[in-house]
Structures are given as C-alpha cells and as structure tokens.
Write a protein that binds this ligand. Sequence first.
Ligand code: SF4
Length: 694
Amino acid sequence: VIDAGQPGHSVVTTCAYCGVGCSFKAEMKGGQLVRMVPYKGGEANHGHSCVKGRFAFGYATHKDRIREPMIRDSINDPWQVVSWGDAIGFAAKKLKATQARYGRESIGGITSSRCTNEETYLVQKLVRAAFGNNNTDTCARVCHSPTGFGLKTTMGESAGTQTFDSVMKADTIVVIGANPTDAHPVFASQMRRRLRQGAKLIVIDPRRIDLLKTPHGSTGIHLPLRPGTNVAMVNALAHVIVTEGLENTAFIESRCEPKQYHDWREFIAEERHSPEAVEAVTGVPAERVRQAARAYGEAGNSAIYYGLGVTEHSQGSTMVMGIANLAMATGNIGREGVGVNPLRGQNNVQGSCDMGSFPHELPGYQHVGDPAVRARFQEVWGVAIDDEPGLRIPNMFDAAIAGSFKALYVQGEDIAQSDPNTQHVEAALSALDCLIVQDIFLNETAKHAHVLLPGATFLEKNGTFTNAERRINRVRKVMAPVAGMEDWEVTMALSNALGYPMDYKHPSEIMDEIARLTPTFAGVSYDKLEKLGSIQWPCDEEHPEGTPTMHTLDFPIGKGRFAVTEYVASEEKSNRKFPLLLTTGRILSQYNVGAQTRRTANSQWHDEDVLEIHPSDAELRGIREGDWLGISSRVGQTVLRARISDRMLPGVVWTTFHHPGSGANVITTDSSDWATNCPEYKVTAVQVEKVSQP
Ligand code: SF4
C-alpha cells in the first residue's frame, strides 16, 4: 500500500457497495484512478469481484458531484455558494436558534450505512454530545433493524454468526428473502461452488431466484410463499422439527434457557402451526414444507442466510427470532458450516449499527438507559448523556409534521427516495426549519435542504467498513476529496461550531476512542488492521485476533433464549380495490436508489425500473410486454413498464427501486415492524392497469 498522491501508486481499499466488503487494489495513473483490481489478499472475496465493485466507480469524478458548500434561507431561494467556514457557521447558527426556540429535543441527525465506522461514530457523538439528545438514527432502520433486535433477544448479539467461507462446510443452505446472485454476487459465487459440490438448497421466497438454477443436491426446494407469511412458514418448519424428532436435545439442554425452550416447544407443537394447517396461509403445499424441514433438520450442518425479505415486514423482528429458534432447536450454531447469517445490503450496515447510531443504544449496542454505560461515555466525552432513547427516523417524520421536530442533519442518505410513503416523507422534510444535507450528489432529499455540505466518496477518505460477517476492513484514501474535506472532518467542524470540541487528526484516533468505549472493539486498532489485514469482531483480550465463528461455547447472554413467535397477518392484504401484492428487490448492475450506479456505465444494463407481473395477471388485464402500467396503492400511484414473467406467483408483482420518480416508494405504505419500525416494503396491496404512455 502506497500513500495517495504518488504517481502510479496503488492502494488497497474496500468496495463501497454491498455488505460482502470485497477488497480491491485501486490503481492510479497520472493522478487518475484507472482500474479497480480485485485483491487476492481480501479475506471476504479472495480476489473475486462483481460488476459493481470492479467497474462502477466512475461516479466519484462525475460532473454532478457537489464540489462546494451551499446555503439558502428558504428552499424557494437559489443556492448560494459559500466557503466551508460560512456553511458550517450558517448550519450551527440555525441549529442553535432552533434549539433556543423549540427546545433541545427539536433537532436530530441521521447517518448512513454508506459512511465509515469512524464517520458514523462521530455523527452519533455529535447528536449526543453537541445536540444534547439521543435523536440519532441510521438508514439501517429501514433494512436490518429487526436483525439487531431479533438476534440480540435470542442469542445476545446483533450480528451474523459465521464467516462467508463457512458456507463451504454447509450440507444444507437455506436462503430466505434474499437474492444473493444480484445483491451479494461474490458470496453467491461461493454458495454456488458449495451447491455444485452437492450441498442441498432451500429457498423461501415469493420469487424464483437465480440461485435455484444452480445444479445442487437432490433436495433443492423452493417454498414460494405469499408475501407477508414468513412467520407462518418458519413456525411450520419448526413444528416439523419438533414433532418429527429432529431436535438436537443435547444442544438445547446444554446451551439454551429451559423455561423459554419449554414455552416455545409447547407453542410450536400445537397443530395450528403444522404445514397442513398453514397451507392456506402461505400457499405452499404442506408436503414440500415437510421435505424442507427434514432437509434442514437432518443435515450434519445447516446454514441459514437471509435478507430484506425477512426484515422489511411488519413481523420482521418476529421472523428473525423464528430463524434463531430453528437454528437453536437443531443445534446449528457455534461451528463452521452452520449459523444464522443476515446478508447486509449496504457496505457498512453492520458498522453503522455497531457504532451506536440507534436512538436507544450507544456504540456496541450499550443501552443509553444503563447508568454504568453512560458513566463510561461521560468520562471520555466530558458531557452528560441523556438517559431517554431519542426519536427513530419515522418518529422524526411524524414529529416534524406535528411541528415539534424542526431541524435535521443527514449524512450520506437519501431519505426522500429510500424511505417508504414518499409523500409523507416530503411533507416532513418541507416542515423543517433547517435541513442540512451532506452528500456527494444533489439528491432528492437535498431538494428540501437549507445547507448542502459536499460529501466524500470512499475513494477520498480513510476509515473502516464492517461487512456482513463482522469483518472490519480498512478503507484507504486513493485521491483527495473533491471539495477538500472528508466527512468526519465536516462533522467535527460542525461540532466545534456548536461549542462541543472535537479534535481528531486522523480516523485512527477515532477508532482508538471507539475501542476504548466499545467492548467488542476493545482490541481493534489501525496498527493491528495493517498487520492482520482485517479483523472480525468481537476482538478483545480473549480474542486478540478477532472471532470468525460466534457462540462456539456460549452466548453473550449465557444461554440461548427461544422466543414464542405468533404469526400475525400483515395489515396489507389484497382486496377488491387492490387485488395484487407488490414486493420489491434489486438487480445486479444497480445499487439501491442508484445514486452511484446510475452515473456509471452500469446504467446501460438497467435504465428503468419495470414491473414484473405473472402471465395470468397480465392476460386478465390485457397487458403485454412493455406496456405502460399505472400502479396504485392506498398511499399513492406510479407508472412503470410491464415485464411479463412467471418468476412471481400469480397475484404477486415485483419491482426495483433504483430510479427516482418511477420507484416503488411512492406506493409503499408506512406499515412497519412492531419492534423496530422497519418499514414493510415487501408487502403492498396494489392495483395494476394499462395506461397510455406517461
Ligand atoms: Fe462490491 Fe459487493 Fe460486488 Fe463485492 S460483491 S464487488 S462488495 S458490490
């Protein structure tokens, strides 16, 4: 690794797209980044890459980059280009004035899973120490917050249990609500290798995903359930495990709390959870569910991988606990080839959660209500920390509309495009007295902003990302930030202008502070990362080089806790007015709201979102391939072109959310997970009709 600034240098850094966290050598020539070469030493990717990480980096030098700070008094005024000092001063003055007028709780900050651990840590510190409240949240709210809740409740840690390499020892691979070939391509290749070696595959998903095309063991099973019925399905699988004698009693007796196990077992053994009893709910033939349960329960090693098709439901947290129940009941925890593994969508979802971006938790998932925890942070930060949890993102929107929440700092997140029920989000943003947006492009959220602070891409900063297997990877600066400042420096300047001093010279100093305050990061430092290449947390005195497999001997909470997982039907149901159920997903060449990939050559492969509709539903409506369709839900309507496909079940339609304007979030509702408020993106009742070209 050679420092940035030297001609012809190359720098090892980490992909800023998905949660696989591939390592790349960024090769420079004459001050220009010419190639991203997959790095063989990368422990998450072993020299492999996908079309996003390898080719879609041109957005960093795109003409649309915001290169100068801008301010305006009202969103009807034109932007005024100002110096960094003036922009930060303007923002600080507005925040102070808002708090003076409306109170300490009237402002907050949102950070992003795209930013580094160090940047995310600083945003929550800014909110807690300089704003003086806990109104901090992260975009993980809208994706994997149920993972945090569900895994912490049952197994004591808000993270996946395995390394990616562990899949090579799995005999049965279960994929639930995830499409790894499009969303986590490098890990999907590893899964495919294992399937070609004969591992069995079970896919629980309303859509027939590409992984099912891979040659695999004799018990490849697709359970195409109706959207919103995950919990009924996981309960049916567990019912078969319990009633057909497939439990691992030795594991349960030695590793799990007997009272919770007893309660759960009584509940799950009830006939109403049998595959036959829930067939009418899930739509999946009972015998196929029994086959799948046997393939999972009888295998030597069974591993579960899941995605947003699990979490983005009104029962997202319940489903995560149901998955943990299955793994504990069969003893598929604590060794290679097994486990419960959330496939994180964004590069640093794991990290942004680890870094205390939630309104109720300080870094390391330490609750703000715990006086001993607060005392430790107060000693290092030199300021009192509020003991009341703050507002989650949806609560911030509601409070803004109600008039009690008046200013928001958003770092690296396009909430206007990515959060559900766009009209509601826009109403909330329009109601703010001050919106400060720090981003690399003028995104949809920035249209409502009063202060625009240029962000830096991953190529322009130092820091770390934590991938889906808890692996902390270094992000190294390849080129200078286009606007002169890295994101952590901007947050630091804002804090100083607000009167709470921050003085870090390098992100390594921020990591040192994180290690001092976060038990699972206690042994992490930049020096050690240089030496080891990467570290999987927990990294502490007991595990000085990190922890590839979690829960080998016990759980952080001692014994595992089974949870009773009652199925509750989604509020979104198909009816006469909205007879189809819409669910959403991603495609390989684009990434999330497309802000980066749409500004690269990847757009040639997917230049619009389309609606996949089953041939029978299309025929009923006289729809042909490529027709324009009006799609309406109880909250809004949009127009997309038709793609006729039998990958979906009849009665279910599917789309992506990579393009602004036409995207799904205009019609998704604000129904959300009961425990975490994660939106129910995956179930929206809609009507679809042919329309003339918009
Ligand atoms: Fe980047 Fe994910 Fe592709 Fe790896 S698999 S190159 S991390 S987008």
